[in-house]
Design a protein around this ligand. Structure first.
Ligand SMILES: Nc1nc2c(ncn2[C@@H]2O[C@H](COP(=O)(O)OP(=O)(O)O)[C@@H](O)[C@H]2O)c(=O)[nH]1
Ligand SMILES: [Mg+2]
Length: 447
């Protein structure tokens, strides 16, 4: 997935946020990525509730409008007493904020961009802001945009109220104390696959670059090591840091027995054809053809005569559970191409009957209440909504979505982080058992 990032500087974001109460901004649309096209704009922004449009020009102005009502392409004038226009520049300490002249008018809900009467963004799918005579909002052009109507970028963010926490948790799990952590660790250590020929469950982690696949392995390894370690390379480069297929065993304790679990880390999924992991690569991995340290070639599928290709894999070499790894902050930004790619992968996996789960990472970055206290995770409206969005987007049930926080900058373990990570592993083992049950029932078990 190309990572869609906000163009707001820290200072600009701070000024923009100062126009609202306690909110967070969620990037929905970015012209340089999705195009200055009305279709792209509306497919991402319609029906999203309160949004703010953020336009940038060469003169250094960041300006646009907030509306509290949906874009819906009704062609109607929408009354919105909360709507306002704003402008931010380095020269001004405080943003300029302009409410509509009559205190009622919000915008005209047409097919092109944001139309606030006097200014029309994305009119005719262009980067030029159209100025229309009128007095729906009154301001000095020089103050609003420095008379520069040619946009260098245009973004729309959903404005989300950070309302408190849910009264009852959306999922019940015991996050309290070391007893829970010990119990989960014991379950994992003592787990035995239902099929005798398999000693270790092989879990494949797939997802966009930067979603936290390598970090998840490092985090699980850390929990069992007793301190934070970083065996697999992690980072924030735009393209895959991991170009090898790696299979990681984890020791239950220093020098001890390996856990009944192998985490398989791959190159990231990327949008375009011929980039990142493709569907044929995944099929080869699923069927057990790809060995540890196989070197992927991002522009070529797995070669059947290549080094590291296993010609006749058995059940123990195949993948028993596929885990889609997605960044909770980017769920709404998954491109249509990425969603299609995931759907195609899922279709192939459905045929094989392999267990499928979703790991939702970076919950700490996605919700400030969770960042403050990880035990808020099952009380967070936002995380609950993200798990729902992911389940709809991938076509899996919500119970298959496992929110976690990986270790990324800490030195020391934290018991709540551990419990979430271990809970995810336990689910992977349980789902793998379902898969083995199916195989067993199909009479394919040889021993
Ligand atoms: N805050 C936070 N950062 C994370 C989390 N998981 C991963 N990261 C960071 O995200 C970046 C990409 O992670 P990485 O594991 O390399 O992604 P991969 O490409 O899927 O293997 C790294 O800088 C990690 O430290 C998480 O749960 N919380
Ligand atoms: Mg990686």
């Amino acid at each position: 997935m190309s990572v869609v990032k906000s163009s707001l500087s820290v200072g600009q974001e701070k000024k923009l946020l100062s126009l609202f109460g306690h909110v967070r901004l969620h990037l929905l649309y970015k012209a340089s990525v999705h195009g200055y096209m009305n279709i792209a704009f509306h497919s991402r922004c319609d029906g999203q509730g309160p949004t703010v449009l953020v336009a940038y020009n060469k003169a250094g102005f960041v300006f646009g409008g907030y509306i509290s009502k949906d874009y819906a392409q009704t062609g109607q004038v929408i009354n919105d007493d909360k709507a306002f226009l704003y402008s931010i520049t380095d020269q001004r300490e405080k943003p300029l904020r302009v409410s509509s002249t009559d205190g009622q008018y919000g915008f005209t809900d047409g097919v092109y961009g944001l139309n606030v009467g006097v200014m029309w963004f994305l009119n005719n799918s262009t980067a030029t802001v159209q100025i229309v005579a009128g007095n729906s909002y009154t301001f000095e052009a020089e103050e609003m945009h420095g008379n520069d109507l040619q946009l260098t970028e245009c973004e729309v963010y959903r404005v989300e109220e950070c309302v408190g926490l849910l009264e009852t948790p959306w999922r019940k799990i015991d996050l309290e104390g070391y007893g829970t952590k010990e119990r989960l660790m014991d379950y994992i250590k003592n787990y035995k696959p239902e099929v005798k020929s398999v000693v270790q469950v092989r879990v494949l982690l797939v997802g966009p670059v930067g979603a936290g696949k390598s970090s998840f392995f490092n985090s699980i390894n850390s929990v069992f090591k007793g301190h934070v370690t970083g065996q697999a390379n992690t980072g924030s480069a735009g393209t895959s840091l991991t170009t090898q297929f790696r299979t990681y065993s984890i020791k239950a304790e220093q020098g001890g027995k390996a856990l009944p679990l192998v985490l398989c880390d791959t190159m990231g999924l990327e949008e375009g054809p011929g980039a990142g992991l493709d569907i044929d690569d995944i099929n080869s991995i699923l069927k057990g053809h790809v060995q540890d340290r196989y070197q992927f070639n991002p522009s070529m599928s797995v070669q059947t005569d290549g080094v590291g290709f296993r010609k006749s894999p058995s059940l123990k070499d195949t993948i028993h559970c596929v885990v889609y790894v997605l960044d909770a902050c980017k769920v709404s930004l998954l491109s249509a191409k990425m969603v299609d790619k995931l759907a195609a992968i899922r279709k192939g996996i459905n045929k094989l009957g392999v267990a499928q789960l979703v790991l939702l990472t970076k919950v700490d970055e996605a919700c400030p209440l969770v960042r403050k206290d990880l035990t808020n995770i099952y009380l967070s409206h936002y995380i609950e909504r993200m798990t729902r969005e992911v389940s709809v987007c991938l076509g899996v049930s919500q119970s298959c979505v496992l929110p976690v926080k990986n270790y990324s900058r800490e030195f020391e373990l934290d018991v709540h982080t551990d419990i979430l990570l271990l809970t995810a592993v336990v689910q992977m083992l349980r789902y793998s058992n379902n898969y083995f049950d199916d195989i067993y029932q199909d009479g394919e078990q040889s021993e």
